[in-house]
Design a protein around this ligand. Structure first.
Ligand code: THU
Length: 141
């Protein structure tokens, strides 16, 4: 895999440590690579009322978009229960897919990963936005 994507994965691994997950104990880190090379990070932030919980992918995109970014290349995701010795090949939820698709072209890359507790990359899969959300909704009128 391209070195820039390995670096992106490592950043998702690090920001995952900031996840606020007192309810699910399921921690997610996401890192978004912009076409200009900048990277923005996000983690899931839960809430006692449950529905206000926000996923890692969306916190990363919120950070990027409020900084003026509009051109995106890839997102890396590291996800799993805090007690697990390895993370799982987690995939973005439907809400996050739609949220990201607002800003991403068909060839935007989604990198799913499996990592050890120490941050060693054990496995990864790369998909495009078109693959994970075909025929997506857009507001064209
Ligand atoms: N979560 C994410 O951060 N991203 C996803 O795409 C799926 C789920 C979070 C939300 C919640 O804090 C925890 O994972 C369990 O659902």
């Amino acid at each position: 895999m391209d070195k820039k994507y390995i670096e992106l994965i490592n950043k998702a691994f690090e920001i995952r440590k900031s996840a606020y997950t007192p309810y699910s104990h399921y921690k997610v880190g996401a890192s978004v690579l912009c076409k200009n090379g900048k990277v923005y990070l996000g983690c899931n932030i839960e809430n006692g009322a449950f529905s206000p919980t926000i996923c890692a992918e969306r916190t990363a995109f919120v950070e990027a978009v409020k900084n003026g970014e509009r051109d995106f290349e890839a997102v890396a995701i590291v996800t799993g229960h805090e007690d697990a010795s390895v993370t799982e090949m987690g995939s973005p939820c439907g809400v996050c897919r739609q949220f990201m698709s607002e800003f991403c072209k068909d060839d935007f890359k989604i990198i799913m990963t499996k990592m050890s507790r120490d941050g060693e990359l054990l496995d990864s899969k790369m998909f495009t936005m078109n693959e994970i959300l075909p025929d997506r909704f857009t507001l064209n009128s």
